[in-house]
Design a protein around this ligand. Structure first.
Ligand code: HEC
Ligand code: HEC
Length: 213
């Protein structure tokens, strides 16, 4: 009886040891290699080269700065973005950001995406770039005359983005789907600029931004 009990005990201990070893898998190091591995979960929507997929409203993200990608992923995780019931693309993206839950994951995948060449997708809208040039004067303060952004002001480059995506975001800021969470300091700064713009003004300024390429 004792012998049998001891055997059972020993196999329980053995099982526990094996279980502990399985749970204790050392996480892969933070950085490009881990980023590339994580990007496999992003590629079905954003594409292998992160060139985007307009059919599902997933933007080209290749070559965006690492700091901006990190901020936006944290924003999706924190509920700044992708929470509004009308924001279907944002709602699609949010759960993806939530899966980046290991320490260093956001940094790693952002570093990888930032290392890819920007794609400058072709225009799909027909705004009036001449009229848009006037509206862009306000934007220069943060996004720069060249549309390359300004990290000190947390303003991203906007020249390499899809025009339909830019329009969707300007509409999101204006409607309050983006830039209204109390803790979303940078989204709030951006939102103010959209309040007086109608759809035509948005399309015009976007047409102008695309001439900066
Ligand atoms: C199910 C499809 C899907 C997957 C998978 C996905 N995304 Fe997205 N992603 C989107 C959509 C749609 C948007 C646009 C959201 C919006 O309009 O606000 C987006 C937006 C983004 C943005 C914001 C870009 C900007 O200019 O602000 C970043 C950054 C991003 N995704 C990174 C990632 C990363 C990194 C992964 C993988 C971990 C990933 N996405 C996986 C669909 C997806
Ligand atoms: C006071 C500074 C400031 C001004 C002026 C400003 N922006 Fe922004 N913009 C920002 C910041 C900061 C962000 C990032 C906000 C966030 O994290 O949501 C941003 C984000 C954006 C985005 C979203 C990009 C993306 O990848 O999702 C677009 C589009 C944009 N701005 C266009 C414009 C246009 C067009 C103008 C002029 C009409 C303008 N901005 C004026 C600071 C500014």
């Amino acid at each position: 009886m004792m012998a049998r009990l001891r055997t059972v005990k020993r196999s329980v201990i053995a099982l526990l040891v094996v279980g502990a070893a399985a749970c204790d898998a050392t996480p892969p190091p933070v950085g490009m290699e881990r980023g590339e591995e994580l990007f496999e979960t992003c590629a079905p929507c954003h594409g292998d080269a992160a060139a985007g997929d307009p059919k599902i409203a997933a933007p080209a993200i290749a070559g965006l700065p690492q700091w901006y990608i990190q901020e936006q992923l944290a924003g999706f995780q924190g509920g700044f973005r992708g929470r509004h019931a009308d924001d279907l693309p944002g709602l699609r993206m949010r759960p993806m950001a939530v899966t980046l839950n290991r320490e260093g994951d956001i940094e790693s995948v952002a570093e990888y995406v930032a290392s890819l060449d920007p794609v400058f997708p072709a225009s799909t809208l027909h705004g009036n770039a001449g009229a848009g040039a006037n509206s862009y004067i306000v934007c220069v303060a943060c996004h720069g005359a060249d549309g390359l952004g300004n990290p000190d002001l947390h303003a991203p480059p906007i020249v390499q983005l899809d025009d339909w995506y830019l329009l969707a975001q300007l509409r999101n800021y204006k409607s309050g789907a983006r830039g209204t969470a109390p803790a979303d300091v940078w989204g709030t700064t951006m939102r103010v600029n959209t309040l007086a713009m109608d759809d035509q003004a948005m399309q015009n300024v976007i047409a102008y931004v695309q001439t900066l390429r």
